[in-house]
Write a protein that binds this ligand. Structure first.
Ligand code: SF4
Length: 334
């Protein structure tokens, strides 16, 4: 069965999204190095609504994981963050995750209202506590019954007997499922899952993706950061395609997979085994040396002299944007 057929056979219920939960405006992240500055996220705008699963896709090093860490205040000391990322809640005032400060993030947001499935589970787990202790402590801290630990383990596809292992006794896939269970334990309204299927075999990949989908169908929201386009196609409502620190296309998932508008998005889809299976030509640019215009220009078959200037995000049909001077979907730009 091809990726496309597989996704079609288990088509997610892409119900109308709810109220805005996270509104990101003009987000930028730079890292100061000894001799240079790395611009990892540039002028990023997006909104995540309750019930929405947003997939952020793109090649390694495009800024996806930095975005996740920026939203949770987990950037290192040499980072500068600008813009706004406002988290809404029906029963409390909105909070700007960029300006609210570490104290507020630690006490009210991180691991509470916003959960994170980290990309490197092995380094995220306390090595001297068993999975069961880590999970029951997290459940207790959030007022939940410690008996929920075994159900959470089952939810993520982990044998409850494996909860009695220490992190060094877990395989990569088991550790991945344990950090997912830990992120779900507080029942956050927004879950940021950074490559949550790393190290899992295909049935467990699908199990994890369907678990994330069900959270959204029950009213939570998920930002799924992944390089796996098949994963995004299986469960996402919307997709943001990142390239060289910017979102280049942000649109409805069905629209993107049916007819991508940005040449980079089209090239990523062409690389899928059940499509042209043709790798994206060339290499992404270094974030320390981004060109002044469109960063995709050296790899783009549609480039013209106009592309020497930065293309601004432009509305496209549906409710999306594309940042390209020559979008390839005919009639897409509104
Ligand atoms: S702006 Fe130009 S170079 Fe960049 S993706 Fe569009 S057509 Fe290609």
């Amino acid at each position: 069965m091809t990726t496309t057929e597989h996704a079609a056979a288990e088509a997610p219920d892409r119900t109308a999204a709810g109220r805005p939960l996270l509104a990101v405006e003009g987000l930028g992240v730079e890292f100061r190095l000894r001799d240079t500055t790395v611009r990892a996220v540039t002028d990023l705008n997006l909104t995540v609504r309750t019930g929405e699963l947003l997939a952020v896709v793109g090649e390694s090093g495009c800024g996806k994981s930095v975005l996740a860490h920026a939203l949770l205040g987990l950037l290192p000391g040499n980072a500068t963050i600008t813009g706004h990322a406002v988290l809404h809640h029906p029963d409390s005032d909105p909070v700007d995750l960029v300006t609210c400060g570490q104290r507020h993030l630690a006490r009210r947001v991180r691991g509470r209202r916003v959960g994170l499935v980290p990309q490197s589970p092995a380094t995220a787990l306390n090595p001297v506590r068993t999975g069961r202790r880590l999970l029951t402590e997290t459940l207790r801290a959030h007022g939940r019954d410690r008996a929920d630990a075994e159900q959470l383990a089952l939810d993520v596809g982990l044998d409850p007997a494996d909860l009695d292992r220490y992190p060094h006794e877990l395989s990569g896939g088991m550790a991945q499922r344990l950090v997912t269970a830990l992120a779900l334990a507080p029942d956050p309204s927004l879950l940021i899952a950074d490559e949550p299927t790393t190290g899992l075999d295909r049935p467990l990949v699908d199990h994890t993706l369907d678990l994330l989908r069900r959270r959204c169908d029950n009213g939570s929201a998920v930002v799924l950061i992944t390089h796996d386009l098949a994963a995004a196609q299986r469960v996402a409502d919307t997709v943001a395609v990142m390239y060289a620190s910017r979102i280049v296309e942000h649109t409805d998932a069905d629209d993107l997979f049916a007819a991508p508008t940005h040449p980079y998005a089209a090239a990523l889809l062409d690389a899928l085994p059940d499509r042209a299976f043709r790798p994206v030509p060339g290499e992404p640019p270094m974030l320390t040396a981004l060109p002044p215009g469109c960063a995709f220009a050296p790899r783009c078959p549609h480039r013209t002299d106009t592309c020497a200037s930065q293309p601004p995000p432009t509305p496209i049909a549906g409710d999306g944007t594309v940042a390209c001077h020559h979008p390839i979907r005919t009639g897409a730009v509104t």
